[in-house]
Design a protein around this ligand. Structure first.
Ligand code: UFG
Length: 326
């Protein structure tokens, strides 16, 4: 039995299990011996991504009736469902409050009805906003700069409150830049967003006709491009399983998930060029609104509390994503 195996046949609800990270989590949980129920409204997810061993329920976290149906017999929840585009959140802030915050509140209310008390939540580095120091620890100030980050922080606060009031055992995992893909028996599970805003898929898609836009080359960094902390989606999912196992007593814990090291946009492009064995066509563009210059996680707490260490490097994130795109 590996450290990720289920001890008995434990049933877990995965909200947003048809999305990029949720579908990979579903697959890994199933392989580890868990039973999985996926609840997803397919507003951005893909039904084809959900492994056939999971029970799939199409429905929204805004609908308590369907949540209660999905939760039957579950011992815990991995809560991925939500809106996740920074740009969209600026245009439609109410959508982010409704789906992310009210949806999470519905989920907790429904869990309480059935006595399901364990929840691992997809939070985000965007809760920190523009950091005052690097690396960012969980004690750093939270000052989101957009409605997406605000909605994630509101859920973190809600979990803290409800763990005290209602005895939930909750963990907020604050993701930095998630990348990479998983090869399954049925093919690759990978990122497929429309529109695609993330750097690695866009680097791999770049062509002479459609060059990669580098958003700013005058940032206060060594090469002038932004620095981010990329973490492989499989490492990230493994941290979720460890977090779930760690939920033994009521309370709320916040844990960063990154690799603990930063790469500039130019370094990502150079690594991709090495993987592809070809030059990437780029064009310089204006800075993108809302981008902080540098985001790098301290992952000391993940190591200490979860015993988690990310194992997969940037090259493998790019290699996997490339293979998945063929
Ligand atoms: N970038 C480009 N060109 C592109 C795409 C991205 O230069 O075509 C740059 C961005 O300006 C940024 C870096 O590459 O400097 C990474 O951008 P991503 O869009 O891949 O990721 P972000 O850092 O913007 O966003 C990620 C998550 C968000 C989360 C945020 C937290 O995707 O969900 O981190 O800060 F909110």
């Amino acid at each position: 039995m590996t450290k990720f195996s289920a001890s008995t046949s434990t049933r877990i609800l995965v909200t947003g299990g048809a999305g990029y990270i949720g579908a990979i989590a579903t697959y890994i949980l199933l392989d580890a011996g868990y039973e999985v129920v996926v609840l997803d409204d397919l507003s951005t997810g893909h039904k084809d991504s959900v492994d056939s061993r999971a029970k799939f329920i199409q429905g929204s976290i805004l609908d308590k009736e369907v949540i209660i149906k999905a939760l039957a017999g579950c011992e815990g929840v991995l809560h991925f469902a939500g809106k996740s585009l920074v740009g969209e959140s600026v245009l439609k802030p109410d959508l982010y409050v409704e789906t992310n915050v009210e949806g999470s509140r519905n989920l907790l209310d429904s869990m309480l009805v059935l006595g399901v008390k364990k929840i691992v939540f997809s939070s985000s580095a965007s809760t920190y906003g523009e950091p005052s120091s690097i690396p960012i620890s969980e004690n750093s100030e939270t000052k989101p700069t957009n409605p997406y980050g605000l909605s994630k922080l509101a859920v973190d606060d809600l979990l803290a409150e409800r763990s005290t009031l209602d005895g939930f055992a909750a963990c907020s995992l604050r993701y930095f830049n998630v990348a990479g893909s998983l090869k399954t028996k049925n093919g690759w599970l990978s990122e497929s967003h429309d529109p695609e805003t993330h750097l690695i898929p866009n680097v791999l898609k770049a062509s002479h006709a459609n060059p990669l836009k580098i958003f700013g080359s005058d940032w206060p960094t060594a090469d002038g491009t932004c620095i981010r902390d990329y973490v492989h989606v499989v490492d990230l999912v493994e941290a979720h399983i460890l977090a779930l196992k760690n939920l033994t007593t009521p309370g709320h814990v916040v844990i960063n998930l990154g690799s603990g090291r930063g790469y500039s946009v130019n370094e990502v492009i150079d690594t991709a060029s090495k993987v592809l064995g070809a030059e990437i066509t780029v064009v310089m563009a204006e800075r993108r609104a809302g981008d902080p210059a540098v985001l790098v996680a301290s992952i000391a707490k993940a190591k200490e509390v979860l015993g988690w260490t990310p194992l997969r490097d940037l090259e493998s994130m790019i290699q996997d994503t490339y293979q998945a795109s063929l």
